[in-house]
Design a protein around this ligand. Structure first.
Ligand SMILES: NC(=O)c1ccc[n+]([C@@H]2O[C@H](COP(=O)([O-])OP(=O)(O)OC[C@H]3O[C@@H](n4cnc5c(N)ncnc54)[C@H](O)[C@@H]3O)[C@@H](O)[C@H]2O)c1
Length: 367
């Protein structure tokens, strides 16, 4: 399969996203072409390091890189200021200078954490993303958002700091747990719904191949997703307006995650239910026609939506929605689809309609 390359115009630089099956063994060479330094900080988590760490270190050392590796426990808790402090200590102890790249080898957690370090250590050192989860390949590694969490909320401390290079090897998805593949597909489908009707039609035809972890199909899906994300991010890198469409499904998704203490849903699973509920709201408000709404809901059902826990009430989810920063004067801002391939941010004030959509939607009824 040929190498695919997408160039992204960020405000401060142009960077490349390279999508190539097998490229994980070429990390060292790719970095050697870009940076004159001899030192690098490789950040990963235990799961990813166990499978790919050695191969990546070997490829770096073959190109004369002195590698300092920091491996954190898998999971969202690694995105903390405490862990960030530990990474700064390692960078300082290793004597990393302003030209020494930080490499994020892992899913979105590692990308956000290592990206935050790269953005702040010595006021910014080069960042290279080697995303290994589907979500990280199609979403978090592109667009420059980096962050750690605060006890009061997710991603409260961060920046927009574009990477110098994103190196995507779709083959690594063969070791990703199936539940994570399905959760990542939520973000893939999102691009089809909000920005690319032709991609959505392709997904309708190829969803079974994607669910079977077919690498050729996944490579196509990753490429088209990155192209779509690039288009949105180039139009509005700092999320003044248009970039907000990427939050499709996220208003309700975040509320579901928060109301269940981030322990019931994976992010993508909650977003999938959120996309279904938002589509239902759009349909009730006559913003989207019945045929397009049915196509969206059908595709989401084929991936398999996750039911809410038995003890979760609609009121608890609405409470979290009320605390959401996308709320103003009793109105809640939702990204709503207008058709398959387009969406916009719309303020909804009909509380009864929202309540009904959440209540039935989280139980997967009436969708
Ligand atoms: N910066 C952004 O624009 C952006 C966008 C969306 C999400 N995010 C962030 O991304 C994070 C979620 O990312 P995620 O879903 O990738 O979670 P994650 O990083 O926790 O990875 C999911 C799990 O898969 C494992 N894993 C990853 N790649 C693997 C592979 N190839 N083989 C085997 N196991 C593998 C990890 O160890 C982990 O257990 C959240 O913190 C979220 O806030 C950031």
């Amino acid at each position: 399969m040929p190498l695919r390359e997408i160039k992204i115009n960020a405000a401060t630089m142009i960077y490349r996203v390279v999508i190539e099956p097998g490229s994980i063994s070429g990390v060292g060479k790719a970095l050697r072409l870009l940076f004159p330094s001899t030192k690098t900080l490789l950040v990963s988590d235990l799961n990813v390091d166990r499978i790919y760490g050695q191969e990546v270190v070997k490829s770096l050392e073959a190109e004369k890189w002195q590698v300092t590796t920091v491996v954190v426990r898998p999971g969202e808790r690694a995105k903390s200021l405490k862990k960030a402090a530990h990474l700064y200590d390692s960078a300082i102890a290793a004597g990393l200078d302003r030209n020494s790249p930080v490499i994020a080898l892992g899913g979105g957690v590692i990308g956000d954490l290592a990206g935050f370090i790269a953005a702040t250590y010595l006021r910014g050192v080069p960042l290279v993303m080697v995303p290994t989860s589907l979500l990280a390949q199609v979403d978090s590694s592109v667009g420059g958002k980096v962050a750690v969490n605060h006890p009061r909320g997710k991603n409260l401390i961060g920046s927009i700091y574009p990477p110098r290079l994103v190196l995507i090897d779709p083959k690594v998805l063969t070791t990703l747990p199936f539940r994570q593949i399905k959760a990542g597909l939520a973000e893939v489908i999102k691009y089809g719904i909000i920005a690319d009707g032709a991609f959505f039609a392709w997904l309708e035809k190829n969803i079974d191949r994607l669910l079977a972890t077919n690498i050729e199909a996944l490579t196509d899906a990753v490429t088209l997703s990155v192209m779509n994300k690039a288009r949105v991010v180039e139009a509005d890198e700092y999320e003044v307006d248009y970039r907000r469409v990427l939050n499709f499904g996220h208003t309700i998704g975040h509320a579901l995650e928060a109301a269940t203490d981030y322990s019931h849903y994976l992010h993508g699973e909650a977003v999938m239910v959120g996309m279904a509920v938002a589509t239902r709201i759009a349909h009730k408000l006559d913003i989207i026609g019945s045929e397009d709404a049915a196509r969206i809901l059908n595709l989401l059902q084929r991936i398999d939506l996750k039911d809410a826990p038995a003890d979760l009430t609609a009121e608890a989810v609405i409470d979290k929605l009320r605390q959401d920063k996308k709320r103003r004067n009793g109105e809640i801002f939702f990204v709503l689809p207008q058709s398959v391939g387009s969406a916009s941010v719309i303020a909804v004030s009909d509380q009864k309609l929202i309540r009904e959509a959440v209540k039935t939607g989280m139980r997967l009824e009436g969708l």
